[in-house]
Design a protein around this ligand. Structure first.
Ligand SMILES: [Zn+2]
Ligand SMILES: [Zn+2]
Length: 354
């Protein structure tokens, strides 16, 4: 009976490790810094590969940029994707997000929604208008301004309190952000499919069956191993399955006395293998030992170019507390990385083990 359990263990492990053909045959996108995978998919993938979810189709521009097309607002470059927090940051291909907002940003008929929205009023001012004077002055939007005119966008509730002489109100529009100024990118989120927890456990989502739209989380073990190693394990497990099957046949024939003790050892081996497969994060005392820094008012960061938390895709602000992973020096918001570290023993950015 215990032999039979061992047989079942190898059989299910074999099924568990079976490489997913559709995952392997999905194009990772044309910007290596922003890998595209489920629920996103490249337009170039054959539909039968079922690489992604409806509304998450990405195209390539100039072979270097991943483009997401909004039915009513056109093309945007994908700046970054956090599969863990289910957030996406998009920018204008012509580097003028303000112009796109002026034209009316419409996310209807897409799975994406802003984290929050705020009304902004656009003002057309002379270049020496008081609104630009310090202290408390705002900066003109470079991509819309010329020598004679400077455009500025203010949160609508602040227009009355600002000195807007020499300015003309142009339009009020919805900005998908809670910031006081217009940034270079727009941050959006999606709810379905809900794969954030799966991603944070090191797994990946995929369609469960070939014909239905049901999505399932695939194993951390399957995802974590490189392709060659996964096939090696696949071969080893297949061999184990054959050997165990052979042992069962022999044992049934000879019905030897030592059967029980041998299979107890097998069972404990199975248990420890399954525990390894499950993978673990770090305990709280270990996480707390990783160094933290507080962002000061001048926004001095350990690496000035890394000014966005790769998990929540929000810019670091003054007084934010960051935690650094010592082995790779990547840093994140404390509350973002601590959640991750509880469930993972890898850096969410470079996937290195600690
Ligand atoms: Zn964060
Ligand atoms: Zn890292």
């Amino acid at each position: 009976m215990a032999d039979f359990r061992l047989f079942l263990f190898f059989f299910f492990l074999l099924f568990y490790l079976q490489p997913s053909r559709s995952h392997e045959s999905c194009h990772p996108g044309c910007d290596l810094m922003v890998p595209i995978h489920f629920p996103f998919q490249m337009m170039s993938n054959p539909p039968e590969n079922r690489c992604g979810y409806d509304g998450f189709t990405v195209t390539c521009k100039n072979e270097t940029r991943n483009i997401l097309t909004f039915p009513f607002s056109g093309d945007f470059v994908i700046d970054s994707i956090s599969y863990f927090s289910q957030r996406i940051s998009i920018t204008d291909p012509c580097n003028c997000i303000a112009r796109r907002l002026l034209q009316g940003f419409n996310y209807s008929d897409t799975p994406f929604r802003p984290l929050d929205t705020r009304n902004f009023t656009f003002l057309n001012c002379t270049s020496d208008a008081p609104v630009f004077q310090s202290p408390g002055g705002v900066s003109p939007i470079p991509c819309l301004s010329s020598e004679s005119h400077s455009f500025v966008a203010l949160p609508t509730e602040r227009v009355g309190a600002s000195n807007t002489s020499s300015c003309t109100e142009v339009v009020t529009f919805m900005h998908p952000s809670l910031d006081d100024s217009i940034k270079d990118s727009i941050l959006l989120t999606w709810k379905e499919p809900d794969c954030g927890r799966c991603e944070s456990d090191g797994g990946f989502c995929q369609y469960k069956y070939d014909t239905s739209s049901e999505v399932s989380c695939f194993t951390p073990f399957d995802h974590g191993l490189p392709k060659y190693e996964r096939y090696t394990v696949f071969v080893i497990v297949s061999t184990g399955l054959c050997i165990v099957g052979f042992i069962i046949i022999i044992r049934r024939k000879i019905r030897s006395q030592g059967e029980e003790s041998d299979t107890e050892i097998s069972r404990s081996t199975n248990t420890s293998q399954l525990e390894n497969v499950a993978g673990k994060g770090l305990d709280s005392p270990t996480i707390k030992m990783y160094p933290t820094t507080v962002v000061d008012e001048s926004l001095q960061l350990p690496k000035p170019t890394d000014n966005i938390c790769p998990i929540c895709l929000l810019e670091y602000k003054a007084n934010d507390i960051l935690r650094t992973i010592p082995s790779c020096a990547h840093y994140f918001h404390v509350h973002c990385i601590d959640e991750w570290l509880k469930r993972n023993a890898t850096c969410p950015l470079c996937r290195n083990y600690y």
